[in-house]
Design a protein around this ligand. Structure first.
Ligand code: 2P0
Length: 361
């Protein structure tokens, strides 16, 4: 049938984000509501990003999704929540060029096909789910003409993966934990845009692209159930740290920024260690790689002390990779030099493991 032949598509690209005040622990697992606020930096769009194409056609008989070319199931609650939330906000779409008219009512029956690609290792602690769900929700909102602002969309992306809500904005972003038990006020806001502090350079040393052993979801659940340190962190430590970090970002105060980011990363790993059974994200890899990660901390700590004021901040997530934030381009160049000197790559392939946040360095 002629009317069955059309396809409407939207493609979007979303970078991942790196938390400098970490999210770890949920107060509601279904709605994905966190136990504390978090703050992150969104990377440049050309590095570590997800590209997602969403399409709709009357010829599609079910919702389907492909990730990196392989079909994956959409039956999980997280995908279903995102799809349902966006569908319920769909409005009329009129593509005059193609002569296509879709009414709000049509969207309830139409199925979508989703193709998503990550240009970095999936599930190796490089926040692939963050870029992925943010991109999916954004692309669907454009396709279905859901007229929600970025904060509203962030609350939907949050239902896919907590950290995803922070990737709806560039620059520095805060995920406000919210108070509402339905989660309507648990969303992301932009603290400063990408131009505000653009001398910072982020260097990511991808130590292993292997999938991590403990998923964030399981890890967080164990932590919430067993760690007393987490309760102290969420109630006493993070609220004060968030205020200080917001101030540091506003004033481009690298000394405070670095001190807060490093301390928070260390406390996140301490909380993991305080979990029963303990979670070792930094050592959950080969001996050589674990030594590398731990040596990076010493290298940065020594360098910062010798310089008299912080030059580089480190932050480690739930995977065997080091994220280093240099105060400017000169420092970033020196940092890469130091990393290569201390940890000479064994082969050319190893060299690729230094992903630079700035192409020109
Ligand atoms: C963060 N991480 O703030 C923290 C720091 C890992 C360490 O957010 O269960 O994949 O999907 O909400 O978002 C990883 O957790 O977990 C994470 P879910 P998510 O970036």
């Amino acid at each position: 049938e002629e009317s069955q032949k059309w396809v409407l598509m939207v493609t979007a690209q979303t970078p991942t984000n790196i938390a400098v005040i970490k999210y770890w622990g949920k107060r509601d697992e279904t709605l994905i509501l966190p136990v504390n606020d978090s703050i992150s930096v969104t990377l440049d769009p050309e590095h570590l990003c997800t590209t997602t194409t969403v399409s709709v056609s009357p010829a599609f008989d079910q919702d389907r999704m492909w990730l990196n070319g392989k079909e994956i199931s959409l039956s999980g609650g997280r995908f279903q929540s995102c799809l349902r939330e966006i569908r319920s906000r769909a409005t009329d779409v009129h593509d005059k060029e193609k002569g296509i008219k879709i009414t709000k009512k049509d969207w309830e029956k139409l199925n979508v096909h989703i193709a998503s690609y990550n240009n970095f290792p999936t599930a190796a602690g490089l926040a692939s789910s963050a870029a992925g769900f943010a991109c999916l929700v954004f692309a669907l909102s454009k396709l279905m003409n859901a007229n929600e602002d970025h904060s509203q969309l962030s609350a939907i992306a949050r239902r896919g993966s907590g950290s995803a809500c922070r990737s709806l904005y560039g620059g520095f972003v805060k995920w406000i934990m919210g108070k509402d038990e339905k989660g309507t006020d648990s969303l992301a806001v932009q603290l400063a845009d990408e131009k505000h502090w653009d001398e910072l350079v982020i260097v990511i040393a991808v130590v292993s692209s292997q999938q991590k052993e403990t998923s964030s979801t399981t890890g967080m659940r164990d932590t919430v159930e067993t760690s007393l340190l987490l309760q102290h962190r969420a109630k006493e430590v993070v609220p004060k740290r968030i205020l200080k970090m917001e101030e540091a970002i506003k004033n481009r105060d690298f000394a405070s920024f670095a001190q807060l980011a490093c301390t928070d990363s260390n406390q996140f790993h301490a909380v993991c260690l305080d979990t029963c059974p303990p979670i070792f994200y930094m050592n959950d890899t080969s001996h050589r790689q674990a030594s590398f990660l731990n040596l990076i901390i010493s290298l940065v700590e020594k360098w910062n002390r010798a310089a008299g004021t912080p030059q580089v901040a480190y932050t480690f997530d739930a995977g065997p990779n080091a994220v280093l934030i240099a105060r400017n381009r000169e420092t970033a160049a020196l940092l890469v030099q130091k990393l290569l000197f201390c940890f000479p790559p064994k082969s050319d392939a190893d060299l690729n493991s230094f992903v630079l946040g700035d192409k020109s360095i």
